[in-house]
Design a protein around this ligand. Structure first.
Ligand SMILES: Cc1cc2nc3c(=O)[nH]c(=O)nc-3n(C[C@H](O)[C@H](O)[C@H](O)COP(=O)(O)OP(=O)(O)OC[C@H]3O[C@@H](n4cnc5c(N)ncnc54)[C@H](O)[C@@H]3O)c2cc1C
Length: 594
């Protein structure tokens, strides 16, 4: 497969109809769809490696080998967060073909219909649930569960909202933890009801989650295996890896920026390539705004500081940054529950690890276990303080665009914005698990922040990361809602039939009382790696960077297609959305969207 990749010599100085910057989740959807026309030449430039047939990416639950490993991960870090006790947070991002889809937790979730329709309401015609579902189904190859699994495990689904011949394999996991039904029953006591089909437009409740693990091989499907590898033979498609784009080359014609190509770095040497058509940035929500700013597109105050000439005055670049927050609360299971339920704890033991690697080859064992169960709930389900906390949410922002977003967020205050993600194993800090014990971790997830952050360049060196400042907890509403969700999890864990499977709370641990949770949360939480908004799709006067054609304002032939274009955060994990957005973008670029 490696031999099908392009060499620097085949790319440098050559001209392509489309240059795609970033061979990640969105970038490889575009690479596939745009190269369907044999008359168009397509180049993908990816900063990381190819990772074809790489067992580290194929084998589920191998996060320990990718997290913090520069071969697979950009190893980003935020600046110390002023409203979070000065903590600097690690942001993982996939590096290499497949991007973050190749290193993620392979959970597949569509947002709610209402969340997607907000994109259109904000001034983006065509970006609504009807089109989203159409394009999401186009990306999906849903493999229904066996009759036996449906019967014995109560799995439910509605075929009318699933695609069956798209590239991304989506399915229920082959092995389940076993506590899902008891957790669902406990949640039901708080009015969180079971969802028949969470992918059909409502996420209000608890549902069985889907994964992008192929149930036939128990290996991960990601953007490279799904969209790139099957078409890598196309003569009009060139893919160069280990090539970091440093800048877009351009000229100004009649006051409009015309992209003529990009500069890219390979082994410390700068090359360039030319386009007769378009440049499309799919470098993700952190790197796409950086490339825009390095190319003279952004806020003059930011560009002046590093001596970059302003080509397009677009102050919204790198603003409106929003993220999802995650905090694990871990429970040790009783010895009785440990005999009944599957968790990944045994993989810490080298003997059991070896045994499960063998079992995986037979399609069995802990590497076939589903990693995530999820339920959503409202703030008023989590706490009796909901009204008091909602009163803290700001009604107006610094700009009319932000005020409009806040008005919509106020309308959604009673919508499900909080999640409980259940993980069959130990995923929390700082107390370690007791050796030989099994755990369940219930993670509080906060999905609709009012705080807005920034991602900006501080250096002209494209290999230096931009400064990431998500402004976590700048709005008190965010902190209070998130902490209440952690408290709510503690209530759920004391609720039958879940409670009798639990022997003790390991993190936070009983020494941390509810009223002391806020500093503990700030110290131990993580991001869920879902940053959006840094290149928002909005009307220009409302803080937009791209229009509804995903074209960068003030440019003729430069687009952004990645998660960064989403203008307002939604209550779901985003990979399914990135695939759908990139499918819709492909039709827009080809001029066949209707
Ligand atoms: C650890 C982790 C776990 C996650 N778990 C889940 C989950 O379970 N479910 C879910 O729905 N979502 C999950 N997500 C989120 C989801 O995977 C991402 O939101 C999505 O894949 C982002 O797609 P993207 O195309 O915007 O960016 P990416 O897929 O990150 O692609 C960006 C690509 O651009 C490349 N690049 C960057 N800069 C340059 C440059 N200058 N030149 C050339 N190439 C460049 C990168 O190397 C990368 O390949 C997770 C994310 C992470 C990081």
């Amino acid at each position: 497969m490696e031999s099908k990749l392009a060499t620097v010599e085949q790319v440098s100085g050559k001209s392509f109809d489309y240059i795609i910057v970033g061979g990640g989740t969105a970038g490889l959807v575009l690479a596939n769809r745009l190269s369907e026309d044999p008359g168009k030449t397509v180049l993908v430039l990816e900063a990381g490696g190819a990772h074809f047939d790489d067992p580290v990416l194929q084998l589920p639950a191998s996060f320990g080998k990718t997290f913090g490993n520069a071969e697979y991960d950009w190893l980003f870090n935020t600046v110390p967060q002023r409203h979070s006790d000065g903590v600097s947070y690690y942001w993982a991002r996939g590096k290499g073909l497949g991007g973050s889809s190749a290193v993620n937790f392979y959970n597949w979730e569509r947002p709610s219909k209402a969340d997607v329709n907000i994109w259109e309401e904000l001034g983006n015609p065509g970006w609504n649930w009807k089109n989203f579902l159409r394009y999401s189904m186009k990306s999906e190859k849903f493999i229904p569960p066996s009759d036996e699994a449906v019967r014995e495990e109560g799995l439910t689904y509605d075929m009318s909202v699933h695609g069956t011949d798209g590239p991304v394999i989506v399915a229920f996991p082959n092995t389940r933890a076993g506590f899902d039904m008891d957790l669902a029953e406990a949640l039901g006591k708080y009015g969180i009801n079971k969802l028949y089909e969470p992918q059909g437009g409502s996420r209000d409740g608890v549902g069985f989650e889907l994964t992008t693990v192929d149930p036939a091989t128990n290996t991960r499907t990601h953007a490279s295996t799904a969209y790139l590898e099957p078409v890598l033979d196309r003569p009009n498609l060139s893919v160069l890896v280990c090539a970091t784009v440093t800048k877009i080359r351009s000229s100004i014609d009649d006051g409009v920026l015309d992209a003529s190509g990009v500069d890219f770095s390979v082994d410390g040497k700068i090359y360039h390539t030319v386009t007769k058509g378009e440049v499309i940035l799919s470098a993700g929500a952190i790197k796409s705004p950086q490339i825009l700013e390095l190319s003279g597109i952004g806020d003059p105050a930011i560009l002046d500081k590093i001596g970059v000439d302003v080509k397009v005055n677009l102050p919204a670049v790198g603003t409106n940054v929003q993220d999802h927050l995650f905090c694990g609360v871990s429970y040790e299971l009783t010895d009785d529950a440990a005999t009944k339920f599957n968790t990944i704890d045994p993989l810490l033991d080298p003997v059991q690890l070896e045994e499960n690697l063998k079992l995986h080859r037979e399609g069995k064992g802990l590497f076939t276990l589903g990693m995530i169960g999820a339920s959503t709930n409202t703030l008023s389900t989590a706490t009796t303080r909901a009204k008091e906390i909602q009163a803290l949410a700001p009604k107006s922002g610094d700009t009319p665009g932000l005020t409009e977003q806040y008005t919509i967020q106020h309308r959604c205050l009673d919508a499900p914005a909080l999640e409980i993600v259940s993980i069959p194993g130990f995923y929390s800090f700082p107390n370690p698990p007791a050796p030989g014990k099994k755990h369940i971790t219930l993670c509080a997830t906060f999905n609709r922040p009012f705080s807005r952050g920034t991602i900006h360049v501080t250096s002209t060196d494209a290999l230096t990361n931009p400064e990431m400042d998500p402004h976590y907890f700048e709005q008190k509403f965010d902190e209070e809602s998130f902490v209440e969700q952690v408290k709510f999890i503690r209530h759920v864990a004391k609720t039958e039939p879940l409670a009798s499977h639990i022997s003790r709370e390991v993190n936070p641990g009983l020494e941390i009382a509810d009223e002391d949770l806020a500093p503990w949360v700030k110290k131990t939480m993580t991001t869920l790696h879902h940053v959006i908004g840094s290149t928002s799709m909005l009307p220009r006067e409302k803080g937009g960077v791209v229009n509804s054609q995903l074209k960068v304002y003030g440019t003729r032939n430069l687009r952004v297609v990645d998660l960064g274009i989403v203008p307002l955060h939604f209550a779901a994990h985003p990979q399914a959305s990135v695939y759908a957005i990139a499918e819709q973008a492909s039709d827009l670029i080809k001029g066949v969207f209707n």
